[in-house]
Design a protein around this ligand. Structure first.
Ligand code: C2E
Ligand code: CA
Ligand code: CA
Length: 569
């Protein structure tokens, strides 16, 4: 039990107590009265309750109250109270500050008070109302935006709105790319400035029916009722546009793009937790797909994301067990003029622990991201070389093409490994071709060329893979030192219908030939394509389903080497 009202009231307070008690019943706000002459304060019981004050009548009020005020606002409070109590002719007061509640958390309070005077004009009473600043208590500390709890509330409101009107909408969550680098390069204070700047820039471009929220860390969210794919694309473009320039804060430069994930409700979920989880997963995919983009949530993509998370663990396991579950398939490559098999591309396959074959498009990015491609790449090379050696007994000039990730180009130990392997298996360097996807080379041309030249000076041929799918194919042709260009299936697909594509392939081949580069055309599926590619485009080698699918070693031997074996014997 609280020792309420043990302290006797002053005559002035006793006189107004009746009204004070009546007023208390009319409001949820906190009320206070101070007898300025006596230094005695009377407060409403809810204030006692919520802030753990000793009683409703307090003699040395500030001794109890000031310690509860947030240190940042304490001096301001003291100065303001001095002006009220020292009869400086200030009769009206408005203050906002944070105070610690009984539960130990700070809430923002707004205090409005008025000083009353006696007949002589001497200040005698200070009366007022203290209200909780609901809006501010829902705000994110750094940016002042509504916080994650309000986001949850907002999503629930949007879903309620949907149930009432059948109008759905979109929720976009976005995070800043490389925000960690800003924090690491400068400090957290700078990080906070960046968050504030982004909050302001993005908030300014939103129309009033959309709300920007601040979630944890560097993440923000927008609820956009009524939005479809078009509106979301426009919204993201405008966010990208306002973050596309390097920014300057107090002379310090930073550059932070954003990656977003968007869910449409009710399609992606009808409850807050599901929607939020799906939006976060979509954002994670956007980051993995190269950042600075928005990924729209889809069930398929979500499943892909879940799979990639569990796949990562299984892949680690496989690699630790000496590449268990990995195998190589081989797809034949034929000489364009006589269709003779002259080699094969080694294509990696992986069986997950349940025995299901997983597509390379799914697991190769994980191998690259985790850098496991480095040990697995060595395994691939050795397996491919062993197989090549075996098949050379049947086709003496057989060459195996091995894919190489950019990670492996950067790993200098790969080159030594390749050299050692050739020695160990007593194989000539002409028996292997290393393929590198042209579109992956974004970094340093000089460095890449240096590495390529080292391979080439040792007699190992380099092929530029997927030519034509990158951003700067022609310039890469000029800049990269390679021996073979593999023209992507994209061009072959339309070669029969469009004259332009045919001309493009023909002139690319001619250009390559003029600088001593051979051309391999990928993805040839039809006889008619083959005819055109050889007769009009003058391709050197062909790889495609027309001549063979990727096959296991066993099947490759059965399909492509057995007949030759019997002929030779
Ligand atoms: P890529 O290097 O461009 O390999 C050719 C892909 O095209 C193979 O897909 C092959 O099966 C497919 N293909 C071949 N001929 C045809 C055709 O006539 N029609 C069609 N529609 N497709 C054809 P796959 O085996 O799924 O490999 C996909 C990609 O995965 C490869 O593309 C390569 O980038 C990567 N990859 C595969 N194995 C390795 C590897 O050992 N190391 C690295 N780093 N990447 C690999
Ligand atoms: Ca390839
Ligand atoms: Ca390719």
């Amino acid at each position: 039990m609280r020792r309420a009202n043990r302290i006797p009231l002053s005559p002035l307070l006793r006189r107004v107590k009746y009204y004070f008690d009546l007023l208390k019943k009319t409001t949820d706000e906190y009320l206070f009265l101070e007898d300025l002459q006596e230094g005695l304060v009377m407060v409403s019981s809810n204030l006692v309750q919520d802030f753990d004050l000793p009683s409703e009548v307090i003699r040395d009020f500030d001794a109890h109250w000031t310690p509860l005020i947030h240190p940042e606002e304490r001096a301001g409070y003291e100065a303001s109270m001095r002006s009220v109590r020292n009869e400086q002719g200030i009769y009206e007061q408005m203050q906002e500050y944070r105070v610690k509640t009984r539960k130990g958390e700070y809430v923002w309070l707004r205090v409005r008070g008025q000083v009353g005077t006696d007949r002589d004009g001497t200040p005698n009473l200070f009366a007022g109302i203290v209200s909780r600043m609901a809006k501010r208590n829902q705000a994110d500390e750094v940016t002042g935006l509504l916080n994650k709890y309000q986001f949850e509330h907002g999503v629930k409101m949007a879903l309620a709105e949907y149930r009432a009107t059948q109008e759905g909408g979109a929720i976009m969550v976005f995070g800043l790319d490389n925000f960690k680098i800003v924090n690491e390069t400068y400090n957290r204070v700078m990080g906070d400035h960046v968050l504030k700047r982004v909050a302001r820039l993005v908030d300014d471009l939103l129309p009033s029916q959309q709300t920007l929220y601040k979630l944890d860390g560097d993440e923000f969210a927008i609820i956009y009722p009524g939005a479809g794919e078009k509106e979301i694309a426009e919204l993201f473009e405008s966010i990208q546009a306002c973050l596309s320039r390097p920014q300057d804060i107090d002379g310090k430069q930073y550059f932070c793009t954003a990656s977003a994930g968007t869910v449409f409700y009710p399609q992606a979920g009808k409850d807050y937790l599901v929607l939020h989880k799906h939006a976060e997963a979509a954002m994670d995919l956007a980051k993995r797909d190269g950042k600075n983009r928005n990924c729209l949530f889809s069930k398929e993509q979500y499943n892909r994301w879940v799979r990639s998370i569990s796949m990562r663990d299984s892949i680690w396991d496989s690699v630790e067990k000496g590449c268990e579950g990995f195998s190589l398939f081989f797809q034949p490559q034929v000489n364009a003029t006589d269709q003779r098999i002259i080699g094969a591309e080694a294509l990696l396959r992986w069986k997950n622990p349940k025995g299901r074959m997983v597509a390379p498009m799914e697991f190769i990015p994980i191998l690259e991201e985790t850098k496991l491609i480095i040990p697995v790449g060595k395994w691939i090379f050795e397996e491919a070389l062993k197989t090549c050696k075996k098949w050379r007994a049947v086709i003496p000039d057989f060459r195996v093409s091995v894919n190489m990730s950019y990670e492996q180009v950067k790993d200098l130990s790969f080159q030594d490994f390749v050299g050692e392997c050739l020695k160990r298996y007593d194989m000539p360097p002409e028996s292997v071709i290393l393929e590198l996807t042209e579109s992956k080379i974004v970094a340093d041309w000089n460095f890449v060329n240096q590495q390529f030249d080292r391979f080439r000076s040792n007699g190992i041929a380099i092929a530029m893979d997927d030519f034509g799918t990158g951003y700067s194919s022609l310039s890469s042709l000029k800049n990269l030192s390679c021996d073979i260009v593999k023209i992507d299936r994209e061009f072959v697909k339309k070669i029969l219908e469009t004259n332009f594509d045919k001309k493009l392939v023909a002139s690319t081949v001619a250009l390559c030939h003029s600088i001593g580069i051979k051309c391999c055309i990928e993805g040839v599926e039809q006889e008619a394509e083959y005819d055109l590619l050889t007769k009009e485009c003058h391709a050197d080698t062909i790889q495609g389903y027309l001549f063979g699918h990727p096959e296991s070693i066993e099947n490759f031997e059965l399909k492509f080497l057995e007949p030759l074996k019997t002929v030779k014997q």
